[in-house]
Design a protein around this ligand. Structure first.
Ligand code: IPE
Ligand code: IPE
Ligand code: MG
Length: 252
């Protein structure tokens, strides 16, 4: 890997127009349960404590100029957790969407849900529909919230819809498949951050992460601080993305 060119600016350099700022940052918010257990609290306390961190990261990323943020809140596999935890997480999601939508709308944030909506409770589904409708023309930032989301389920759903639209095998290309994903019109994530120490995708944005950069931190989600986000952005700025090609010689 080549070294950073001298004129390279980084986020913490407070550049008004930073070079190599990710357009889209996606975050796997992990470690809530372990955070709570370490403190002798029930796991759900960790999920509650994590909510404030969503506000914090949106502020930090927004100030840096990131235009698309995706947060992974509940996977298709998370339904296999004890019912009390699932109900607790759903309740927190309901509260967050209900209480935060207006504020996010005032800040020009467009809210998009990624995932299945047919298995959500009626109240949550209503709040999600309202949030998406209210904010659909906002342009300052797009916030995608992935819940009841799984990358494999998303790809299968796309294939089924393509078939039911009578599209022939010959017509199926990457751009077409993209249009059938929950993320249609959302650029692929440039940077995926995972908190909580695990180094895996856990079924997150499988198709879209083909050329994403990854940043892992052992910090549990409720302990996350702005400095770790800044570190992730700085680290991203130092990466060399080649997309399978080779780097152009500097100055050529
Ligand atoms: C992530 O935290 C949030 C969800 C999966 C809903 P966890 O609940 O997975 O926390 P750990 O990984 O068990 O600590
Ligand atoms: C991924 O975390 C899902 C979310 C953060 C919403 P998990 O805790 O479910 O993932 P695994 O089980 O450690 O792979
Ligand atoms: Mg986990």
């Amino acid at each position: 890997m080549s070294s950073i060119p001298e004129n390279k600016q980084t986020i913490s350099g407070n550049s008004p127009n930073p070079i190599d700022l990710p357009l889209h940052v996606a975050i796997i918010m992990d470690g809530n349960g372990r955070w709570a257990l370490k403190k002798g609290l029930p796991r759900i306390a960790g999920h509650r404590a994590g909510v404030d961190k969503i506000r914090m990261i949106l502020n930090v990323l927004g100030e840096a100029g990131v235009k698309f943020v995706t947060i992974y809140a509940f996977s298709t596999e998370n339904w296999s957790r004890p019912k009390s935890e699932v109900l607790g997480i759903m309740g927190i999601l309901e509260d967050v969407i209900e209480t935060e939508t207006e504020r996010l709308h005032q800040s020009g944030v467009r809210i998009i849900h990624l995932g299945r909506s047919d298995r959500l409770g009626r109240k949550l589904k209503t709040s999600v529909d309202h949030a998406q409708n209210l904010t659909k023309h906002n342009q300052a930032m797009t916030l995608c919230i992935a819940f009841d989301y799984g990358g494999r389920a998303e790809i299968l759903r796309a294939i089924k819809q393509i078939l039911s639209d009578g599209i022939s095998g010959q017509e199926i290309e990457e751009t077409l498949l993209n249009k059938y994903l929950y993320t249609h019109n959302i650029p692929d994530p440039d940077l995926i951050i995972r908190t909580g120490g695990e180094k895996r995708l856990s079924n997150f944005l499988l198709w879209q992460s083909a050329y994403s950069e990854f940043y892992f931190t052992p910090v549990h989600w409720p302990d996350l601080q702005a400095k770790q986000i800044v570190e992730a952005l700085d680290e991203f700025a130092s990466r060399r993305r080649r997309f399978g090609s080779i780097e152009k010689a500097l100055g050529s």
